[in-house]
Design a protein around this ligand. Structure first.
Ligand code: PMP
Length: 427
């Protein structure tokens, strides 16, 4: 009997890609952590919505009313998806990067920020000034919690914010969010969760974790590019300078004497959403969140089974060394990075693509400090690694093809000659 399809289907299962030998092969997308393929359900919903989209909040026409309803209703979807409190605000952004830059702009003066230096650059870089404390994470979860405790204890008086990823985009390991949130509370600090890599794989709740803010990206959540969200406590966001200045963010604008303008800014989420919003993207994000929420058990079972298969197979590839944040095995999503002794990651990734139709990521994954350090821990010497990331578009055949490919490449190298074109390896 064929197994019933338990997990939501993604678009792209039918895609074929060219091989260097002139043939084609079904695309094995093992790069879900960068951007996940669109769910079929999202694709259908977007297709139905496209003829209807119109200006949000501004038009009296029926299509504008529909768009406004869809847009505002999606705030409620995001509220449910993130387990937000009734007083939390949902601001639509472009992605996680945008969400953290917005939050950074709204921090009260003299806020101390504590974070691990292994964070993705989107979470590492938006905070500036002498009150930013970037801590090297110790190699156990328990010690990581203590390290945040100590860093917060050493902060100057005033507001404090801890920024933490839910799941590492380099290793897939889950961080001890609830434990660190409890420590943050003890010090009167707030905590902002980077859920870019957690949200596509695990349900979570701001309320249950006792977390103040969460940032996420639609394109990692099986929706197309261009829509993300920042969800969390309203007060700092209401008091902060508008993220963008423009239409929709204001209640009233008038000329004062001289050259000054008198502007009354909105205090709700629109304060930070100036300009015509990405209604289609926001709708797609909401549909994806609903689809995931209805299928967590099946998603978990699918991804865990593939990850076990991948892991078992990789450990027998000669020279394979995996990057790990923590010494011991911890709960993780289906993302892992590795180096193979004697093989340049960029070259490996190029061969996997050109000869096997497999898409992986190589490099330092916008987490340069983490990647470099973890390569060293793994016994490697370089600055770059290969990352494989599983998701709803991944199959056993994709995993088996990767394992076979790596064994063949390690045993006999590539079948074709490769050279660098514009800094990247290519046949
Ligand atoms: N945080 C993490 C953990 C990520 O993996 C990423 C994307 N690689 C981001 C933040 C940034 O997401 P985006 O590029 O969608 O802003």
């Amino acid at each position: 009997l064929e197994r019933p399809c338990l997990v939501p289907e993604v678009a792209g299962a039918e895609l074929s890609v060219p091989l260097v030998n002139g043939g084609t092969i079904g695309y094995a997308n093992l790069d879900h952590a960068a951007s996940a393929p669109c769910l079929q359900r999202v694709r259908t919903a977007v297709d139905e919505f496209l003829p209807w989209y119109a200006s949000v909040h501004r038009g009296a026409g029926f299509a504008s009313q529909v768009s406004t309803k869809v847009y505002e209703r999606t705030r409620e979807v995001l509220r449910r998806f993130t387990g937000a409190r009734s007083t939390d605000t949902v601001i639509f952004t472009r992605n996680t990067t945008d969400s953290f830059n917005l939050l950074a702009k709204c921090l009260p003066r003299e806020t101390s920020v504590v974070l691990f230096d292994t964070e993705h650059h989107a979470a590492l870089l938006p905070w500036r000034g002498p009150r930013v404390h970037r801590v090297e994470p110790p190699r156990t979860r328990l010690a990581a919690v203590s390290a945040v405790d100590s860093a917060l204890a050493a902060c100057a008086p005033g507001p404090r914010l801890v920024v933490l990823t839910g799941a590492s985009n380099v290793t897939g390991e889950l961080l001890p969010v609830a434990e660190i949130a409890a420590v943050a509370r003890k010090h009167g600090a707030r905590i902002a969760l980077d859920a870019a890599q957690l949200a596509p794989h695990r349900p979570f709740s701001l309320r249950e974790l006792d977390v103040d803010y969460v940032a996420l990206s639609g394109h990692k959540l099986y929706a197309p590019f261009g829509a993300g969200a920042l969800v969390g406590r309203a007060d700092w966001l209401r008091a902060g300078q508008p993220y963008l200045a423009g239409g929709g963010a204001t209640k009233a604008v008038q000329r004062h004497h001289g050259t000054e303008l008198g502007v009354v800014w909105n205090s709700g989420p629109e304060r930070h959403e100036a300009g015509s919003p990405n209604t289609v993207g926001v709708y797609a994000l909401g549909v994806a969140c609903e689809a995931l929420s209805e299928n967590w058990d099946a998603i978990r079972e699918h991804e865990d089974a593939l990850l076990r298969r991948l892991h078992r197979g990789l450990s027998s590839v000669p020279g394979f060394a995996e990057l790990r944040l923590f010494d011991a095995d911890v709960d993780r999503v289906g993302t892992l990075s590795f180096v193979i002794d004697g093989f340049e990651p960029g070259w490996l990734a190029a061969v996997l693509s050109a000869e096997y139709g497999i898409g992986v990521r190589d490099g330092a994954f916008c987490a340069h400090i983490a990647t470099r350090r973890l390569i060293r821990f793994a016994g490697g010497a370089g600055q770059q690694a290969v990352r494989v990331s599983l998701g709803l578009g991944s199959t056993e055949e994709h995993v088996d093809r990767l394992l076979l490919a790596l064994r063949q490449i390690v045993a006999r190298g590539a079948r074709w000659e490769y050279g660098k074109v514009d800094g990247r390896w290519a046949p």
